[in-house]
Design a protein. Structure first.
Length: 67
């Protein structure tokens, strides 16, 4: 299961709290408030799903699910 931005050691639960507090509705808006996804970027599709669904843990996505 994927539950965090590995590069910045930020759990999605923390990112979700910040997104709710700051009313960030997409990855770019949330990145203006907190550092994540700026190195490898692999967490970005998961963070967007978190913002869309409220979930904070996800099965590993295959490449075609990123597109």
């Amino acid at each position: 299961m994927v539950d965090r931005c590995i590069c910045f050691s930020r759990p999605f639960t923390e990112l979700k709290r910040i997104a709710e507090r700051e009313d960030a509705r997409d990855v770019e808006a949330l990145q203006c408030k907190v550092d994540f996804g700026l190195k490898c970027g692999l967490c970005k599709p998961y963070v967007q799903r978190m913002l869309d669904t409220g979930r904070t843990r996800f099965p590993v996505m295959r490449k075609i699910e990123f597109d």
